[in-house]
Design a protein around this ligand. Structure first.
Ligand code: AGP
Length: 613
């Protein structure tokens, strides 16, 4: 996944492009580059590595003058990170410049055809094929927009494109299919970007482009066309969150900032949907008649969003008494899933752009299931494609490792569970009210997990364990599901090998890996399973493991008989307990990564949204 940005106006483009790319680095940071119209020519500067390398190459943008330009920050797919594979890519003659986010699936076939027509290439990328294909058509039609239309008509795959043509110094063209792209309206200037933070300091008036859309624009005018090149009117939306949401706000990393934003994000997600003690989901149209027909619920997602689905199984089955199957999107789409009109597919995605999850959504729709998306990015592909969407109002999540999106997705699962259970009468009014009461104070209880005292204790344990080689997270029932996310956090930001196991499962094999110094994080918040988990802790301690436990204040004294190091979280309704348990696991991973000197917001090999399969 990559980030693209474009500027066309009266100001110097290069600094604006670099600023925008800095807000998009979370989308990929293997290399970066810009192309600016300068003295009547398309001038390109690009560099392998972080954006700082490019900025240094062009003196912060001062070395390239011009008021029209495109920029790109890359997460390598075709061709290793290198200067030559960096975007923008030029056509052979240098007349066409392109930045691209996505994958052109038929690029090799197109490249062979272009080579046969005499074109030469210098990179391994699919994007250079797009540039040369546009030039091929331009050389014949001498019309920039028509050449782009005809070239794009040959492309298979996903693309968000920003395109310049040397003969049209006042014009830029952008095209969108499957990869995200927005258009921003300024005063005497216009913008394109992969995501809102890149242009929020310049404009709040945006259009979320749809698949097939093409926009041909100057600094004063924008013409939109659909996939058939017919003029189309687009809805202008106003972005209502503040730019600080896309800045660090004094925190050392976006991740710790976003952890501390979790109470606010949870409140923002829940409170508009609980009125007078009732869950109100105006966002969706799941009628009582439809809900009564449901015989199975799939929860389809990737990564941490999938782990929300694993928690969702316990929560939805307990409240709605409907079989629930969480399944990885990358497996779902090739598993010939058994589903139909009696199946509800809940699709979870922070970015709303994850390729596997998008494809799984289309598979579910094709097979007749109704789809309900839980998404954080407004106007994203999954949000638009699903039959219904419930947004997690978490605000932009910049850190690659998710935190507030995870906890707000979980909140939406609680809301859906109560909504369905209420319609199906599978929960008593007393139980319903008890859960709603706890939802109303959940944000405050999460905040109690983030006090200076709690953080200090987490940091202490991080100092004890940051050099471990292997870690196991164990728990039972919802605790085993939350262990999946706790383990992933340690893997993805601290680069420590970690596994999550149902506590009762260790003795069936994995316990052979437990040795002196292995770290075991035991999560034991489910009352009726507490003693059994403590037995499992004794088993691993007997084999030399170092253990620290996470449990509720109720078990404070009991757990100390078995586990010397303990993190306590406030108690809430058992079904909501994971929302509190996850907080110390997130902060533990953060402080371990900090001690290990890892690049916390941009972990190696990762990107915020995986828009490739
Ligand atoms: C989360 O910390 C990871 N970065 C990753 O597992 C992520 O949850 C996964 O790629 C799914 O992303 P999505 O929610 O945007 O679809």
């Amino acid at each position: 996944m990559c980030g693209i940005v474009g500027y066309l106006g009266n100001r110097q483009a290069a600094p604006i492009l670099l600023d925008g790319l800095a807000k998009l680095e979370y989308r990929g940071y293997d290399s970066a580059g810009i192309c600016v119209f300068s003295d009547g020519k398309l001038k390109v500067a690009k560099a392998k590595g972080r954006l700082a390398n490019l900025s240094g190459l062009i003196d912060g943008g001062r070395a390239i003058s011009g008021t029209v330009g495109i920029g790109h920050t890359r997460w390598a797919t075709h061709g290793a990170p290198s200067d030559v594979n960096s975007h923008p890519h030029m056509a052979e003659s240098g007349k066409i410049a392109v930045v691209h986010n996505g994958i052109i699936e038929n690029y090799l076939k197109l490249k062979e055809e272009l080579v046969r027509k005499g074109k030469t290439f210098c990179s391994e990328t699919d994007t250079e094929v797009v540039a040369n294909l546009i030039e091929y058509y331009y050389d014949r039609e001498k019309d920039f927009a028509e050449a782009v239309r005809d070239a794009v008509g040959q492309l298979e795959g996903s693309y968000a494109l920003g395109i310049l043509c040397q003969d049209y110094p006042d014009t830029m063209i952008a095209v969108k299919k499957e990869s995200p792209l927005i258009f921003g309206f300024g005063e005497g200037e216009n913008f394109i970007a992969s995501d809102v933070p890149a242009i929020l300091r310049y404009t709040r008036r945006v259009v979320y482009l749809d698949d097939g859309d093409m926009v041909v624009f100057t600094k004063d005018e924008a013409k939109f066309y659909d996939a058939f090149f017919d003029p189309v009117e687009k809805k202008i939306e106003t972005v209502d969150w503040d730019i600080s949401a896309a800045e660090k706000g004094g925190y050392p990393h976006f991740m710790i900032k976003e952890i501390h934003e979790e109470p606010k994000a949870i409140r923002g997600t829940l409170s508009p949907r609980i009125r007078d003690g009732r869950v109100v989901l105006d966002d969706i149209e799941l009628s009582k008649e439809y809900l009564e027909k449901i015989r199975r619920i799939y929860i389809v997602a990737c990564g941490s969003s999938y782990y929300v689905g694993c928690l969702g199984k316990y929560i939805l089955e307990k409240t709605c008494r409907i079989p629930v199957e969480p399944i990885l999107a990358s497996e779902f789409r090739y598993s010939e899933p058994v589903l139909g009109e009696d199946t509800l597919c809940i699709i979870i995605s922070q970015s709303g752009e994850t390729a596997d999850t998008k494809a799984a959504l289309e598979e579910a729709k094709k097979r007749g299931a109704r789809t309900l998306a839980i998404v954080n990015v407004v106007g994203s592909a999954i949000a638009k494609a699903a039959d219904d969407v419930i947004y997690t109002w978490a605000g932009p999540e910049i850190a690659v490792a998710t935190t507030k999106a995870f906890t707000t997705q979980l909140c939406v699962i609680y809301l859906i569970a109560l909504y369905i259970a209420d319609n199906l009468n599978t929960i008593s009014p007393k139980e319903y009210a008890a859960i709603v009461d706890e939802l109303m104070v959940l944000d405050q209880k999460v905040a109690l997990c983030l006090t200076a005292e709690k953080i200090e204790k987490i940091r202490y344990y991080a100092e004890q364990y940051f050099s471990v080689r292997d870690a196991f997270f164990i728990g039972r029932n919802v605790d085993s599901a939350i262990c999946l996310e706790g383990s992933l956090k340690l893997k993805e930001i601290a680069y420590i090998h970690s596994e999550a196991y149902a506590a009762g499962e260790l003795k069936h094999g994995p316990i052979s890996l437990i040795e002196e110094g292995t770290l075991v994080v035991a999560v034991a918040t489910v009352d009726q399973l507490f003693d059994k988990t403590m037995s499992n802790v004794k088993e691993v301690r007997a084999r030399g493991a170092d253990v620290f436990g996470v449990t509720t204040e109720k078990h404070a004294e009991e757990i100390k008989k078995t586990v010397p190091s303990v993190i306590l979280v406030p108690e809430t309704h058992p079904l909501l307990q994971p929302s509190l348990t996850i907080i110390p696991l997130q902060t533990f991973a953060y402080y371990v990564a900090l001690l290990r000197g890892c690049d916390i917001d941009k972990p190696k090999n990762l990107a915020k949204s995986v828009t490739v399969e």
